[in-house]
Design a protein around this ligand. Structure first.
Ligand code: BDP
Length: 701
């Protein structure tokens, strides 16, 4: 009887989920709620016959997707086959124009999305083409708090947590989670960490675990695993124990019981993400233990359930001379000391998601510990959801950077995806930019960053141009006047696709130019990190939280000396690279002020003085944004009115922001350089005094 009831309940849930899928697809396709439908726009489906020998849950979703979105040959028969193929890895697949073969059900669903994407973007399928994922786990990290707010979120409140209302789960919540899961699956994302790395111990309370279960039940429909960030002192703060020492028997027992409780609710729970001994968060060092002791304790506990522990390497303390060196110093000695179900999660750069950073020297250097990269999709340091910045370029530059650790070509991508080091687990994480805003991401073009993260996580070899092409076509091609007319299509490509792509592909460099060119970094206004604050240095604040620590501007020049005569951070890289970075004559100029303190009249390779070059860079950033404005206006007839106006308005603000950056930084640094802004460049618009007194977040609203 009990089983019958359970079966009935399960069937009911499955039925509810299918009704929800129907609803979600219907709502995506019938109601243009802003641009809530993301890159999954409605197509008028061409009829197709889908044949599958074995129908698992994901195969059923694949059939539905193919039937509702087919844009290939009319009345084609597509076969779906779950059958292992030696060349197919994990949830990869083998494609022809009308067949998908995969090792498992999920591979079939990914294959369906790929086939549809090829159709929608006019990319051909090679017969028997194998498409494998670069990383096994492709995870979004949500910095969502239980009260519904999102740390560094610029698109409204959390879609997962609602404060007092966490115990109520509405149909609307479920519908949104399902839409979110579908969007993720369509680009290959297969995991979500549901709460902030600055984790509240309360995330593990019985009530919140019920909500976790409800979310996980929905996300599972599209193959998304749920994970949680945990607070290392949960045994004390939630469990009432006297200590959270990872070697204490009671502490271990507490985590075991808690983990058992989680897996009873969510049998496919992915595991834990931990920020420990970083920015005031508790950790094993509070008890004289190491990061490895802490990570291994949790890893042993989740191991029987196939769980993962993602342990962050984002650590630095206020007393060290160079924040950029600390993660390496703390983690390298622990190489090889972690259990095989621990992955150390390392931010792309050694400091903190700056507009441009060299890659973290940990990549490739930790040879016996799997590392996973963490990139930031939400635009904390790149103009929030106000500025159009296509981050794919930044991530591509990072993934393709050469660590030289195992010879030339040891790119960051290859040191993390298992192709160089023999690692059991491979993964990549992106800090999500998703919130309750009707368009999910705050800026219409911020959706492209979510899209790009998923696509690069699936294939770390893709170029930003390919990704921009795909995204633009899927997001905007409904505006082609007649899709069956090749002339109309090529007119659209020439007049919309090409110029829109140009804006996207130049946008990252433009942002670097108007905010932090030539290796400058972390010279933001305090706290909110929107706009410039090279002057920001309250007396009571940790110096490594103030911009002067990073730019070191003085009468004798500017830049952080990280060479042998300075903090020697350059020597954390492989000797072949360190030699290049240490020498001011060979250091790439994009990283000049990251590694060197140089005189204002230092001669750049183009013959200009450093000061003049700095002025030119800031000025070119402003000019680039003005070009984007003109280019965007010319696209009006190809974009729906609301999106057009919104992007136009935001570009206007971005232009002012760029001007504020240029004026703020140049006028501030000029106090030290004492050199004129080259006369051929436009004069500052704002006064330094005015900018110093403004809150940058408000200045241009
Ligand atoms: C910094 C953010 C802060 C995060 C921290 C982290 O300013 O809000 O908590 O990173 O990644 O970039 O832990």
């Amino acid at each position: 009887m009990k089983y019958l009831k359970l079966l009935y309940k399960m069937k009911k849930t499955v039925a509810q989920i299918f009704v929800l899928i129907g609803l979600c697809q219907l709502s995506l396709f019938t109601k243009a709620q802003g641009d809530h439908d993301l890159w999954l726009k409605k197509v008028t489906p061409v009829s197709v016959n889908v044949v599958a020998a074995k129908k698992g849950a994901f195969v059923n979703v694949a059939i539905q997707e193919l039937q509702q979105n087919w844009a290939g040959k009319a009345n084609a028969t597509v076969t779906l086959l779950v059958k292992p193929d030696v060349a197919v890895k994990d949830d990869g697949f083998k494609l022809t124009a009308n067949s998908i073969q995969a090792n498992n059900d999920m591979g079939i669903l990914y294959g369906a999305y790929e086939l549809l994407r090829r159709q929608q973007t006019g990319q051909l399928v090679n017969n028997g083409e194998i498409v494998n994922p670069s990383y096994q786990q492709r995870i979004l990290n949500h910095w969502d708090n239980l009260d519904g707010s999102i740390e560094r979120g610029y698109a409204g409140n959390s879609i997962f947590w609602k404060g007092d209302k966490n115990t109520t789960i509405t149909d609307n919540d479920k519908k949104l989670w399902l839409e979110y899961a579908r969007a993720n699956a369509s680009i290959g994302v297969n995991g979500s960490v549901l709460n902030n790395v600055n984790a509240s111990p309360q995330i593990l309370s019985a009530d919140n675990l019920q909500r976790l279960k409800a979310i996980a039940d929905v996300l599972r429909t599209y193959g998304i695993k749920s994970y949680l960030s945990v607070n290392f002192s949960s045994p004390v703060r939630l469990g009432g124990l006297k200590t959270s020492d990872p070697l204490d028997a009671n502490v271990i027992e507490w985590w075991k019981t808690k983990t058992k409780e989680i897996y009873a609710l969510v049998p496919d729970f992915g595991g834990f993400l931990v920020k420990a001994n970083s920015e005031g968060q508790p950790g094993p060092q509070d008890f004289g233990r190491t990061h490895a002791d802490g990570a291994n304790m949790l890893a042993d506990i989740v191991k029987p359930y196939n769980g993962l522990v993602m342990w962050r390497a984002f650590v630095y303390n206020p007393n060290d001379k160079d924040r950029a060196k600390q993660a390496y110093n703390e983690f390298l000695p622990l190489d090889g000391k972690f259990r095989d179900n621990v992955i150390v999660q390392v931010k792309n750069g050694p400091i903190d998601f700056q507009p441009r950073e060299p890659f973290s020297p940990l990549f490739g250097a930790m040879k016996q510990t799997p590392l996973m990269a963490e990139v930031q999709v939400t635009q904390e340091y790149l103009g929030h959801s106000e500025q159009l910045v296509f981050l794919s370029s930044l991530w591509e530059e990072f993934l393709k950077a050469d660590t030289y650790q195992e010879g030339k070509g040891s790119t960051v991508a290859r040191t993390t995806d298992g192709s160089i080091y023999n690692q059991k687990n491979t993964a990549i994480a992106g800090v999500a930019n998703v919130g309750l805003d009707s368009n999910w991401c705050g800026h219409p073009f911020a959706q492209a960053n979510w899209y790009a993260f998923g696509r690069l996580a699936w294939n770390n070899n893709l170029t930003s141009e390919q990704i921009a092409n795909e995204w633009l076509q899927q997001t905007f091609s409904s505006n082609i006047s007649d899709k069956n007319n090749p002339l109309a299509v090529s007119e659209w490509q020439r007049n919309f696709l090409v110029p829109a792509k140009k804006i996207m592909l130049e946008s990252h460099e433009a942002a670097v130019n108007y905010s932090m060119p030539l290796g400058l970094h972390h010279i933001f206004a305090g706290n909110h990190h929107y706009g410039p604050g090279p002057w920001y240095a309250p007396k009571n604040l940790r110096v490594d939280w103030t911009p002067p620590y990073y730019h070191q501007a003085a009468a004798n020049g500017i830049g952080f000396n990280r060479t042998k005569s300075g903090t020697d951070a350059a020597d954390q890289y492989h000797p072949a690279l360190a030699a290049t970075l240490n020498d001011v004559n060979t250091c790439p100029e994009v990283y000049l002020l990251w590694f060197h303190h140089v005189a204002w009249d230092y001669k750049m390779r183009n013959g200009k003085t450093l000061w003049d070059e700095l002025c030119y860079k800031y000025d070119s950033g402003v000019k680039q944004v003005r070009e984007f404005q003109k280019d965007w206006d010319a696209l009006e007839r190809y974009v729906d009115k609301n999106t057009f106006l919104e992007v136009q308005r935001k570009l206007k603000r971005q232009e002012k922001d760029a001007q504020v950056y240029k004026d703020g930084c140049l006028l501030y640094f000029q106090q030290y350089s004492k050199m004129p802004i080259p006369y051929e460049l436009e004069r500052p618009v704002y006064d330094l005094k005015y900018l110093l007194s403004m809150d940058m977040l408000d200045v241009n609203k």
